[in-house]
Each structure stands twice: as structure tokens, then as C-alpha cells.
Design a protein around this ligand. Structure first.
Ligand code: IDC
Length: 517
């Protein structure tokens, strides 16, 4: 479909594109949807997010799509009991007969779900087209997966095909039940507006901070839709059904420095190479969250992208240079409460409450107390989330944890290693911890030495990978960026929009990306 749309856009926009720029951090000029997204956002049909992203590959929800159609038709919100930001528009659309009660009940439980393509086309056509004209045989023959189209959508979808508004992918499939991405929604709406001459009255009032993703746009093997809400049984991370699960993926570098590597394109490309988790390192210091609150919106956007891509996401409170977790415990509590409220209904989020507590502190005297305040703060809202807890000495003081463990369910303790520095002695510590019933999650490891540079230490890395594999240990590798240090997985100039090939990976990245599955 990409190619087809690309060609169509080229034709449509040869004269129209001018020098407008969407200016979104995740909409590159080469993207097939660049022109449409630019035009639609310039017109105010839909908008980007506070953090400068557009999230073109995220699924558009029922509420978002319907609200946009209301706006372009100048339809005013009507009364709604839901308290949902788009409740008034949804009532108006229902009363106008753009969709039926059962397709989206006014109680609102489906408002934030991705809209099915067949329903999106129906709403758009009912709102904009005066009549539905088509020849059944001609139009249905164009749709290879016509048998999947529910009969109640024949009129509107076939008329949309006839009018050149809806089209199939490069195999001729319409995928009536699949979600619609934001970029695809732009294209669909633009074509309908061009055809029926609708103009937008005013900018949309869709909130810039949208609800958290609870359903992915695409299903990924080993992903959240397959494994569901995680839990911990004994020392093993398990899926919703209680079967052992191993998550493997990348950690970002500090998102205050490298936000360009936590875009939707990069996250999807990592997933397409076999990863099913991303960890987002939100530093507290070094111009991180404590000094610069705005990194929170980068984090939210990244977590949402991981969820939209059917991947698990770790929210990492990355304490490091100021290693005493108690110093900013108030900010941490406030932050995690906010995250728990946002992600309580998303099954894919894990909370890592302190990256590497260090300095003049100990497990029992400091970190444990910190955990005993932050864990309940999260659990009071997001009761079933798996929580990862750090420990002193760069998450290697597992003996102290063995001697004095926390008393909560569904928690795991982190162990971090760098192959050039930490060797068999640390594997022995991990084995000892596991034998003593301590669940371990390697939320950060590197092929380099502990500085993040030096190496690659291939032989020792192989030992660690084998060890983690044998012990069913989940891991995230440091780090997804192109910084000039050995642990960085990317080489400069890599382009994620068409995936990440071995040629776009550093020596470390090649080893890691080829170990995801
Ligand atoms: C390193 C980065 C490096 C950065 C430094 C300080 O690789 O570019 O200058 O942090 O911010 C950790 C930490 C992780 C470190 C990594 C390598 O969690 O933040 O990243 N490391 O030193 N623990 C052990 C090693």
C-alpha cells in the first residue's frame, strides 16, 4: 500500500506541497504520508503532540476519528454522560446516524479503542457524501478480502471505493477489521474532503495528551497482545496465563540527550528485528527530569509507541550520578503515581523505580525503604503491574537482597552487567539469588566495559547471553543510540523507516539484534 499511496500522493501534491513543513520529529520528508500529514495539520484537521511528534503509525481511536469528522462538518457536541473529552461529539455522531448504538455504545467503553477501518469509512461517508452510488459487482471485485467486510458496511465502503476515497493495500486487501493509523486516517480524510469540498472551520480540540494505548495497532508475535498482563511466579516472569515468558529488547540511552532514537519508527524497527520490549531511561539528573520536566512527554510518547507496536515498555527512573534514591523520593512518588494513573489499563508497562542506587547507601537502610514507599504508590492505582527494583553497587548487591527481601508479589530485582568488567563472579551471584528465590531481570547490560566504552567483549558477552538464555532471564541492552561509544547499537545515519539492517548496526548492535529471538 505504501508504494501505491506514495505514487498517488506524488501526483496529487506535485503542485500543492510548496515549501510547507510538518516539522514533526517523527515525520520525515521521505515518508509516504509527509505531504498529507503536513496539509492536514496545517489545515487544523488534526494536530501533533506536545513533544513535537505526530506518531503517524499509532492507531487512531474511535473518539479521535469521529471528533475530527464532526469538526470538518462543523457539527457541535451534544450532551453526553461519559465525561470523555469527545463524549459530546460521539453523541452528535450517533444521533446523526453516522454509526449505530452497538458499534460504539454511548457509555463510552469503546471510545478509546482503535477504530476499525470499515467503521471509519462508514462514518466519513455518512457525514460527507449525500448519496452512496456504486456498482456492486465492479466495486466488490476490487476488494480481495471482500468476504471479511461486514454486510452493514457494503453501502458506504463500496461507495467510497467508487469515489476513489478508500483503496486497498498493495495486495488489494481492504482489511476491514484492522485499525487505521494516524497517517492513513489523514489520507482517507483528505481524499474525502477533496472529493466533497469540505473545509475546516476551526482547529480541532483534541487533547494534545491523548489517552494511553490499550490496544496495539499491529499484533506482534511474543508481544503484549499475545502475553497480556505479566506476573511473577517463583523466580520466573510469566504471561497472563502463567506460562514462562522471556522479554528481550533495547534500553534507550538518556532520552534527554537522544530523543531521536525513541521515535515510533525506531521502536517498530527494533520490534521488527525480534525484540518484544523497550526500556526508556529517563535520567533524573544530568539535565534529566529533576532539572527538566519536559523529558516526561518524550517518555510518554515513547511508551505509547512501544504499546502501539505491541511491545512491553519499561519506565526507568534513571538515578545515577546522584545515586541516593531518597533524595528525590517525593518527585519519584508523584511521577510514578502519574504514570500508574495513565497506564493502569495498559498491560504492557513495567515500572523500574530506581536504576542504580549508589553512593553512601545500602540496600536495607535506604533502597528498601524507598521501594516500600514507591511500590504501594504505584500499586494503589495499577495493582497488577510488574515492578523492577534496583539495588546498590550498580545493581549487583544481590546478596543483600537475598538476606532482606521485599514482601510484595510481582516484583523482580534488577541485575546490571557490562561484559568487559563483570564476569563469572556476577553470574554466580545471580545463580545464588535465583536459588534463593529472588526473581532477576537484567534491565541493562552492555557488550562494553562498565564505562559504556571499550570492547566489544564478544566472548564474555556470549557467556552472558547463554547464561541468561538457560535461566530464562529477560533483558534490555544498553543502548539504542549512535553515540560514539562501544555500547551504542547504531551507526550514525541509520534510517529506521524501512527497518534496521545489520549494516545500520554497530559491532555491539549486530550481536545484540541477532540475539532477540
Ligand atoms: C553511560 C552512558 C554514557 C554517559 C554516562 C553518564 O553510556 O554515554 O555519559 O552514562 O550519563 C550504567 C548506567 C548508564 C551508563 C552505563 C555505561 O545505568 O547510565 O551509561 N552504565 O556507563 N550502569 C553501568 C554502566
Amino acid at each position: 500500500m505504501k508504494k501505491i499511496i506514495c505514487i498517488m500522493l506524488l501526483i496529487t501534491f506535485t503542485f500543492a506541497s510548496g515549501c510547507m513543513g510538518a516539522g514533526f520529529t517523527d515525520v520525515s520528508k521521505d515518508a509516504w504520508y509527509y505531504n498529507t500529514v503536513t496539509e492536514m495539520t496545517d489545515k487544523g484537521v488534526l494536530s501533533g503532540y506536545n513533544d513535537g511528534s505526530f506518531r503517524p503509525n499509532n492507531a487512531i481511536t474511535s473518539a479521535e476519528f469521529t471528533a475530527i469528522v464532526c469538526r470538518i462538518k462543523g457539527v457541535q457536541p451534544e450532551s453526553s454522560q461519559t465525561g470523555h473529552w469527545a463524549g459530546g461529539y460521539m453523541s452528535a455522531a450517533l444521533n446523526k446516524g453516522w454509526y449505530d448504538y452497538d458499534e460504539n455504545p454511548p457509555t463510552g467503553e469503546k471510545y478509546d479503542e482503535p477504530i476499525q477501518r470499515q467503521l471509519a469509512v462508514k462514518i466519513l461517508m455518512k457525514a460527507l457524501a449525500d448519496s452512496f452510488t456504486y456498482d456492486y459487482n465492479t466495486e466488490s471485485a476490487k476488494i480481495k478480502d471482500f468476504s471479511q467486510l461486514n454486510g452493514r458496511y457494503y453501502d458506504t465502503v463500496l461507495a467510497a471505493y467508487n469515489a476513489g476515497i478508500a483503496g486497498g493495500d498493495d495486495k488489494g486487501n481492504f482489511k476491514p477489521l484492522s485499525p487505521l493509523t494516524r497517517a492513513e486516517a489523514c489520507t482517507l480524510i483528505k481524499k474525502a474532503m477533496d472529493k466533497y469540498g469540505t473545509e475546516v472551520a476551526a482547529a480541532p480540540d483534541i487533547p494534545t495528551e491523548q489517552p494511553a494505548v490499550t490496544q496495539p495497532a499491529a499484533v506482534r508475535s511474543g508481544g503484549v497482545s499475545e502475553n497480556g498482563q505479566l506476573c511473577v511466579k517463583g523466580t520466573q516472569l510469566c504471561n497472563e496465563k502463567g506460562a514462562p515468558v522471556v522479554l528481550r529488547g533495547m534500553s534507550s540511552h538518556g532520552i534527554q540527550w537522544f530523543p531521536q532514537f525513541v521515535t515510533d519508527d525506531y521502536i517498530r524497527a527494533v520490534g521488527d528485528r525480534g525484540a518484544n520490549i523497550m526500556r526508556f531511561a529517563m535520567y533524573t539528573e544530568e539535565n534529566g527530569y529533576i532539572q527538566n520536566n519536559s523529558v516526561k512527554s518524550t517518555l510518554i510518547s515513547a511508551v505509547d509507541s512501544a504499546l502501539a507496536n505491541d511491545m512491553y515498555a519499561i519506565i526507568d527512573w534513571h538515578i545515577l550520578s546522584d545515586g541516593d534514591p531518597m533524595r528525590h523520593i517525593d518527585e519519584a512518588e508523584q511521577f510514578f503515581k502519574e504514570m500508574a494513573a495513565r497506564y493502569k489499563d495498559s498491560k504492557g508497562v513495567l515500572y523500574e523505580i530506581c536504576n542504580e542506587p549508589n553512593g553512601n547507601i545500602s540496600w536495607s537502610a535506604n533502597v528498601k525503604h524507598y521501594a516500600e514507599r514507591i511500590i504501594p504508590a504505584i500499586r494503589s492505582t495499577d495493582s497488577d503491574a510488574v515492578i523492577l527494583v534496583g539495588n546498590p553497587q550498580w545493581c549487583q548487591d544481590l546478596d543483600s537482597v537475598v538476606a532482606d527481601r521485599l514482601s510484595y508479589d510481582n516484583i523482580m530485582y534488577t541485575c546490571h552487567f557490562y561484559s568487559g568488567t563483570h564476569t563469572q563472579w556476577l553470574r554466580d551471584r545471580v545463580s545464588n539469588a535465583i536459588n534463593n528465590g529472588i526473581p532477576i531481570f537484567v534491565s541493562e547490560w552492555g557488550t562494553s566495559d562498565a564505562s559504556g566504552n571499550g570492547g566489544v567483549f564478544e566472548e564474555e558477552t556470549k557467556k552472558w547471553l547463554d547464561f541468561m538464555s538457560v535461566n530464562n532471564i529477560s533483558w534490555c541492552n544498553w543502548s539504542l543510540c549512535d553515540k560514539n561509544e562501544t555500547s551504542a547499537a547504531l551507526v550514525g545515519g541509520s534510517n529506521p523507516s524501512d527497518g534496521l539492517s545489520d549494516g545500520e548496526l554497530s559491532a555491539s548492535g549486530k550481536i545484540v539484534f541477532n540475539s532477540f529471538d
